[in-house]
Write a protein that binds this ligand. Sequence first.
Ligand SMILES: [Zn+2]
Length: 273
Amino acid sequence: MIDWQKLADGIFVIPGNRWGKYPSANCIYLKDFCLIDGGAENAWNLRPENILNSHWHEDHISMNAVAKKIYAHELDAKAIESYEEFERRYGLGESVKLFLSLYPNLGFRKVDELIDDSQILKFGSMEVEVIHTPGHSAGHCCFLIDGRFLFLADIDLTSFGPWYGCLDCDVQEFIDSIERLLKIAKDVEIAIPAHGMPVKREEFEKKLLEYREKIFEREKKILDAIKSGIDPVGKGIIYKKLPEPHEIYKNFERIMIEKHKERLKTTECRGES
Ligand SMILES: [Zn+2]
């Protein structure tokens, strides 16, 4: 039996295993029209006409091989279309193949329609507004469905905090994207992350603020380490305990710390503290 969670007529959350704990991910299904992302195991038997990709990571493009039409933001399209670009953005060499083997319906293929910020997509009577929210990836998008359900994709509100371990990530953009969502938080009835449980309006703003705060907490620790002449990588600042395989996660941590250093450089240039 498919485990659907109905949000409204024709609008469903398809939860991934353990509410989308990676390598799984939650999806949204606009019945008969469109699947948003493809990481939920319960979605793998669907044959959707259209798939809307929030961004290029493997747990989101994992149904692309079976759809007729793929939608994605221009800045992520290349990594959805080409394995070489996917591998390049991870900066891990061929070890990324390890991730790909987890998804039977994943295929690198052409993006048929590029989407852009503020665009309204129409699927039957349903409207999906594209909100370009870079930071986690260059072309990462959230989707506001029916003006009240917000699919957050990987602005996922987890207690781990924001993730920016690929080459096209950007810490300042991530902060700006969270702040953009804060501005519309009060209009959102339910926010659905790709990883973790849906969040109701009353909790949403607080969760976004806590999530943003993680970035500043990490940055302060990184700065303290640098001032003390310590290399911050592998000191528990990002990953308290490095998951397996250690080398891969250590590399993510290294990139995330580099991304903080890039932000620190530009804030110093602007004379901010
Ligand atoms: Zn992602």
